[in-house]
Design a binder for this molecule. Sequence first.
Ligand code: URP
Ligand code: ZN
Ligand code: ZN
Ligand code: ZN
Length: 498
Amino acid sequence: MSLLIKNGTIVNDDAMFKSDVLVHDGKIVEIAPSIDPTPGLEVVDATDRFVIPGGIDPHTHMQLPFMGEVAKDDFHRGTEAAVAGGTTMIIDFVIPTKGESLLVAYDRWRGWADPKVVCDYGLSMAITSWGQEIAKEMEMVTKADYGINSFKFFLAYAGVFMVRDEEFYQGMLQCAKLRALARVHAENGAVIAERCEHLLSSGITGPEGHTQSRPEELEAEATFRACTMASQANCPLYVVHVMSKGAAAAIAHHRKKGAVVFGEPIAAGLATDGSHYYNEDWLHAARYVMSPPLSRDPSTPNALMKLLAAGELHLTATDNCTFDCHQKSLGKDDFTKIPNGVNGVEDRMSVVWDKGVHAGIIDPMKFVAVTSTMAAKIFNCYPRKGRIAVGSDADIVVWNANATRTISKDTHHHAIDFNIFEGMQVHGVPETTICRGRIVWADGQLRTVQGAGRFVPLPPDSQIVFSAVDNRGKALEPVKVERAPYVATTLEAPDANA
Ligand code: URP
Ligand code: ZN
Ligand code: ZN
Ligand code: ZN
């Protein structure tokens, strides 16, 4: 099957140029100023359009069993929403229950995803308990067939997913040994649990209690602590859903010292804020409940976008984990029972374009970097993914920068009955989405096939995570797995004569 994309402007993370793109059997086979269509070739007219690498969302939770409920977007509806929004690959999380074998959980996730995905996907794995057996299984799943190169640790959700600091530290030592990336949900879960009890016993039961139980300081503290422990373990670290300036500052502090730390803001954190938690309508407020809470300071979304522009934060995700109004209402009398999670996978590309490029904060190349290329590099599937280049998978979006659309539950493809971006008018619309050479979204219609997406194994030892120089020439500190011998330093003796 062949496809010709004509007259567009190709945008990669490091270049923009006018060219045609020829696709054959799922791959990009030619890029040239003018390619003549042969008879029978399907032609996509991209005049006045950008031709960009399909979005990669490195953080989703399709059909996640969580807080007694199951997230509504399954791998079918969730990936349909993704491609309708210009995302052609997701990285979802295998999350074993406490004490469960990683291999058993892995098989369950593959069993859910493989028959349902309409676009390609990779997997990251959460470590929710610790022991020698888990360490051994971590080694197994970093092998080729399993395709796992990152492990996520939760410092929140006490009693459910949370690990203790010493478990997190030992887990990161194992990640460093396996040349895998550690990822962290950074909030102080123990203090949050105390605050929840206190708020409930003082009569605060509504969604405002959710944000009051989780002040920014508890995100910033956990982020700083995670970075500190990662540097002690000589392990590269990726902080998921950075939701506050304090957390971003903790990342910047450690990067300045040479640590390899990546920061991921999410669509919800870039395009909406925590004022919704105080809405008079209880259910409206509950829809926004996620952790960490949406910006507790209204200037944060714009600040996070500027940090992406400055390279202090690195890529965008969504944390797509959707619960409908009925599920949200199960926490009517107790905010700690509102299932945590929001939508994003369909709207991320448009809201990042609108709040980033249209707002004049980032350029189209940076947009491609933070929505696609950085994820491909960090998770080690670049340049197969994340680039318009000969030999790359034909995961391509024809992007209309001048068109607008209004986000609404009435037109979205999620399996839930609300959208946290409801009514937002955004500039930047994915007109055509192509997954490995097949048009899956065009003229506002899905043309997907369940199960047509493929699992993309992600091998360890990513160049950008473990090399001294990233491919824009910026020096990264190498991660020294072998520690230099410890040399005791003595504090300067106070001057006796002073
Ligand atoms: O509230 C959230 N973020 N739900 C999904 C699970 C997680 O913490 O990533
Ligand atoms: Zn999380
Ligand atoms: Zn609101
Ligand atoms: Zn998450």
